[in-house]
Design a binder for this molecule. Sequence first.
Ligand SMILES: [Zn+2]
Length: 394
Amino acid sequence: MNNGGEDHKGNAVNNMKWSVKVARIFGIDIEVHATFLLILALGAFQWGGEYGAPGAVFGMLLMLLLFACVVLHELGHSIVAKILGLPVRQILLLPIGGVSKLEKNPERPVHEFLIAVTGPIINLIIATILLLSTGASKWIGSLNARGLVDGQPMKPSGEALLLWIIAANISLAIFNMIPAFPLDGGRVFRSLLAMFIGFPRATRFASALGQLIAIGVGLFGILSGNLLLTLIALFIFLEAGHERAEEQARTVLTTLRVGDVYNKYALTLAPGDQVSQVVDYLLTSYQPDFAVVQGTRLLGVVTRNDVLKALAAETQDVYVAGIMEREVLSAEGSMPLDDVRRLMQGKGTRIAAVYDGEKYLGLISLDDIAEAILVSAYVKNQEMRRAAEASSQF
Ligand SMILES: [Zn+2]
């Protein structure tokens, strides 16, 4: 459908209201959601309360560095996606983390695996580089003894900053690798499963596991009075449910077959029926085409046009067998809808007979197909757009 472009424009407008583009790296727009300011305020508040104005500045600096690490994490996802031929719409930074929005879903499980795993790996690489290059690994052991790690915000210092960033990157890697959809770990899990059982079933398993973990984390959050953890668990639980519903919608639409669309309840004619009978049908039903069948065998098709021609030419009632078209294009019920449409257009006919092997099932017309495509396009606009947006966020 050619309104895809408009959808994207619409989204850009939507996001623009609440997010600001701060950079463009490797052709990928990086946008920050307005609510991200809350995180800066939180940092300022936490350290400012303990150490005054210098503390507030230090707190904001920490949050900005955390922000930079999240951007690098998302760039990891996005750059791998681009290398694999999946265009990246943008990276959006929210208070609860970042999302890389891809234009479409990875079609191969190995692609999803590589995209998902790169984010956490980037954080581990940052942590490792900082640990090794600064000698931090040597003095971290003595931190507790010096009272730097006691649950309070650390006293602003170079050491505290370094330690905080290392800890933040390790936390980002560990948290994201929890195998709970839609976290990276859940995507890694789904992609591994999908290699063996396909995306639809893998999604069901992965989202069920995601919801199970979310319930566990949520209960822990409630019992320990950790509001943030409870909210994150709720978010994971809902997102996992969305992912499952959208994967189902996608599966239905991409597997729309002729056998699903032909009219199963159509009126049929016997060869001995008369044209006046068909006129009755035409006047009392909306059906334009009638199959002429003997038992379960298709003999031909009588269309509204055939009837009108017969009425104009004949002075007396005739049998439908005399006016029916005997050459009818046949299509297998398992054929994708679009293939049959192309076949019909190629043969210059608007009707095809649908078969299941030797067994005649019914007729399908270009109008039926157009209607089915219209309906699925509508559903696509609703469900598929959401599917494309939600499922392609890392
Ligand atoms: Zn990620």
